[in-house]
Design a protein around this ligand. Structure first.
Ligand SMILES: Nc1ncnc2c1ncn2[C@@H]1O[C@H](COP(=O)(O)O)[C@@H](OP(=O)(O)O)[C@H]1O
Ligand SMILES: [Mg+2]
Length: 246
């Protein structure tokens, strides 16, 4: 079956539906710790792969939890999925975890949805608004400590580092206007940041590699180790600060 749903509607419903499944996986306190994360990863992956495969049988899929579907590296339309970003936060019971669903065409994100199921929010590239309000003086970093690069930006721009788990949750904190930037260095895969970047671009935020170049997805080796998502008001200062170390 090929559905008549638009790509944007499909992405949003898949991100939301996988979030509901993941909330169900936590039901009853029957699983804990690593078991909870493993079951969550597997259940969300299976449902997403089945739904996308039925609605878009001709598209390729790249997912953290699945083998490549279709001739992924040479395909034009490729869905890049993280069924559960922030697995350790999900397992430990905090709210900062996400489901990422993105469609890339010729290496660019054209449609994206990020759901934050534990806070009941779904951000979608066809409906998101730019952050309103003044700058906050804060930036997001990993709960496990930021990188040298993020610490450098924090010092140079006098931004307070806030620890948030999950790349999607950190990126949506910028989209919401809770923080002004998310700077990542030191390693990530395309599924960790593709949908977050797709939503952030639609919200008129600056997104690039740390050297200022465009982020290109669906690479043969899907490694996307560094990037920045920030308010455009601080883009020039932030890239200039990074330029001092790169
Ligand atoms: N140095 C690194 N190498 C590979 N993946 C990394 C990484 N740092 C962070 N990530 C991944 O990026 C996501 C967000 O991490 P963090 O909250 O620490 O910023 C996590 O995804 P998963 O939870 O899907 O594994 C994590 O595994
Ligand atoms: Mg991830």
């Amino acid at each position: 079956m090929i559905s008549r749903l638009s790509d944007a509607e499909l992405a949003a419903r898949v991100a939301e539906g996988a979030g509901e499944i993941l909330m169900g996986v936590r039901h009853g306190g029957l699983l804990g710790g690593r078991h909870l994360g493993d079951v969550g990863d597997a259940m969300a992956q299976a449902w997403i792969a089945n739904v996308l495969g039925r609605h878009r049988p001709h598209d390729a899929i790249l997912s953290e939890e699945g083998a490549d579907v279709g001739d992924r590296a040479t395909a034009d339309r490729v869905w890049i999925i993280d069924p559960l970003d922030g697995t350790s936060e999900f397992s430990s019971g905090t709210a900062d975890w996400a489901v990422h669903v993105a469609l890339t065409e010729s290496g660019a994100v054209t449609t994206a949805a990020v759901s934050l199921p534990a806070v009941g929010e779904v951000f979608r590239s066809d409906a998101v608004k730019p952050p309103s309000g003044t700058l906050t003086g804060r930036m997001a970093a990993s709960r496990y400590g930021g990188s040298y690069e993020s610490a450098w930006v924090s010092r140079r721009l006098s931004l307070n580092m806030i620890g948030i788990g999950s790349a999607g949750a950190k990126a949506m904190a910028v989209v919401r206007g809770d923080v002004d930037a998310y700077v990542h260095a030191g390693g990530q895969y395309e599924w960790d940041n593709c949908a977050p970047v797709g939503v952030a671009l639609a919200a008129d935020l600056h997104c690039s590699r740390l050297d200022g170049s465009t982020i290109v997805y669906n690479q043969p080796r899907p490694y996307m180790p560094d990037f920045v998502i920030c308010r455009k008001e601080i883009r020039d200062d932030l890239l200039a600060a990074l330029d001092e170390i790169w």
